[in-house]
Design a protein around this ligand. Structure first.
Ligand code: 3PG
Length: 212
């Protein structure tokens, strides 16, 4: 799938920090049952790569990606584990839109956005969205950079997600709120499914297919 298609799957991409690979498949199933099928497993725990492998192998409806990808080698390793996309908190030097799997690079400023566009990217993670300018920055980028679409992430929850999703240059948002740490640790998949269902019903302004 292309990045455009992946970002179009649902209004929210869950950002997952998985401590125990055994939780990966049931967690992914709960999120998918709630309607969130594009999942970002952050490469922040020793279990992350195995978690990606299990979701890719066991949860057919999930489109699993790797998050916190900070190098070309991590992008390749994520692809080797079965990730279908990669998300980075920033721009990775020497990395381009073309690669083993699509990459959603992070930006926080106009200069970074310009560098990313130069490298062939058109979709960006705005990170950390709530700190670097929030909805106001998304709106300010719309006129000078009409070719860029965003997945704002960082500090987003059910209360402010609708404000971001109402912007036409926002394809989706990312967030960890749909998989609270305590619910994952307790195996409370029903709660996670309910949170995912609520998130999957958030309206978004950008309904037309993304042509990046
Ligand atoms: C992250 O990379 O940790 C994401 O930005 C998640 O942020 P959140 O926990 O504020 O949703």
């Amino acid at each position: 799938m292309t990045l455009e298609e992946i970002m179009g799957l649902a209004p929210v991409i869950p950002v997952l920090i998985i401590e125990d690979a055994a939780a990966a498949a049931p967690l992914a199933r709960a999120l998918c049952a709630g309607g969130l099928t594009a999942l970002e497993v952050t490469l922040r725990t020793p279990a992350a790569t195995e978690a990606i492998r299990r979701i890719a192998g066991e949860v057919e409806e999930a489109v699993v990606g790797a998050g916190t990808v900070t190098s070309a080698s991590a992008r390749q390793a994520a692809a080797d584990a079965g990730a279908r996309f990669a998300v980075s908190p920033g721009l990775i030097e020497g990395e381009y839109a073309e690669g083993p799997i699509p990459l959603l690079p992070g930006v926080a400023t106009a200069s970074e956005l310009m560098r990313g566009l130069d490298h062939g990217f058109s979709a960006f993670k705005l990170f950390p969205a709530s700190v670097v300018g929030g909805v106001g920055l998304i709106r300010a980028f719309a006129s000078p950079f009409p070719q860029a679409v965003f997945c704002p992430t960082g500090g987003i929850g059910p209360d402010n997600a609708p404000d971001y999703l109402a912007e036409p240059n926002v394809a989706c948002v990312g967030g960890s709120w749909v998989a609270p740490k305590a619910a994952v640790a307790a195996g409370d998949w029903a709660r996670i499914e309910a949170l995912a269902r609520e998130a999957s019903r958030l309206p978004r302004a950008r309904t037309r297919p993304l042509s990046l």
